[in-house]
Design a protein around this ligand. Sequence first.
Ligand code: SDX
Length: 423
Amino acid sequence: MLKKAKLEIDNIQYELPIVAGSEGERGIDISILREQTGCITLDVGYQNTGSCLSSITYIDGDNGILRYRGYPIEELAEKTSFTETAFLLIYGELPTAEEKKAFSQRLTENSMVHEEMLRFFDGFPVTAHPMAILSTMVNALSVYYPQYFTIDFATETFDLMVVRLLSKIRTIAAYSYKHSIGEPFVYPRHDLKYCANFLHMMFHSPVKPYEVDPDIEKTLNMLLILHADHEQNCSTSTVRLVGSSMVNLYSSICAGICALWGPLHGGANQEVIHMLEEIHRGGISVCDCIEKAKDKENRFRLFGFGHRIYKSYDPRAKILKRQCDMLKNKFQLHDPLIDIALELEERTLQDEYFISRKLYPNVDFYSGILYRMLGIPADMYPVMFAIGRLPGWIAQWKEMHDTKPFKIGRPRQIYVGPTIRHL
Ligand code: SDX
């Protein structure tokens, strides 16, 4: 029996259905609100508004819980590969041994980028931000594979679109790095798995062979798994909204990449490193950095801290912090930025401003430090976030198209501008 919410407007009572999720979350269904009451709701930043019912990711922000299709993130990060988790998010179940082999084979077969696309790089200055390159090149994939404009989930069409995107985003990302350092592109190899192949394309060169360290490969798998989905965040909601116009998947993902680039979202990991480097250079002290973040007079935020949903420690940050310790000890790394990060975290967790607002380290606080340990430059961190988030975007895009009735996304507004006037 569905419970009802009662609403009274101008002494008239209305009843609105309450929907309940599988973990007990409740929402008031306002689909008929305007038709019945003439009113709409107003919720700047959609802090209290659900856009959909979804079976992909569950987050309990108060208790630091994150699960993909019911599996705790801690188990997936420890026991699966990124491509297995990608399969789980998109198709709803972990792959059988046979499915895993076929998926891996198709990813390998689709790892090359069309040779004509390499000429695009000639037009980018070496200083081009790799997120600008990534969004351009991903959208350009629709030029090379126009037959996939249709929203057709007949398995062959959709499956091929999925492996093409998952595989080629990695190659495009590695090529954008090679372009920035003036080195020749390194083609993917068919004998390397997903993450090893990416590391190979990034760091191998004809004059300096690159051997993939298993712990580095494991760390990259873990980083990508931890970024793979996060329910209706800014970039995922962008992919859904853009996709709801029935535009093709490549263009929907391009929009998601652009939204993720913002420093309040996926671009925060790059800002965290810039912040730590600024402190290390002596440009600002840890204490001054914290005070500046608390000062309402400026827009500076403590990057890597705070979250719309997590009002406790981001479970992803916990795992990444542990992985930092492991790599630091294994490779005897003495990165001063790690010590600065630990001091920042320690001081904020004792600071009333952060405690009262429940601001804790989020996924971006330690991810940049780990990417730095892998030898990846700071402007590539949002690109790494996009590679990780791609399966989540694809899964959410598909779920939206599978939802009946299918509606184009079109929020309303309350107009507060001038009333009618004449020239
Ligand atoms: C990601 O949504 C997702 O799931 C995103 C993500 C994902 O996986 O997709 O988890 C990835 O984007 C992580 C967040 C990365 N961004 C940053 O690290 C940037 C710094 N963080 C803040 O900009 C902020 O915390 C947000 C954007 C993350 C959340 O913003 P909200 O929910 O709108 O919170 P808010 O801005 O309303 O802050 C509430 C209060 C405000 O102070 P008051 O007005 O109450 O006095 O907390 C303050 C804010 O000023 N605050 C901060 C702060 N974050 C919030 N103050 C200083 N430094 C910060 N980092």
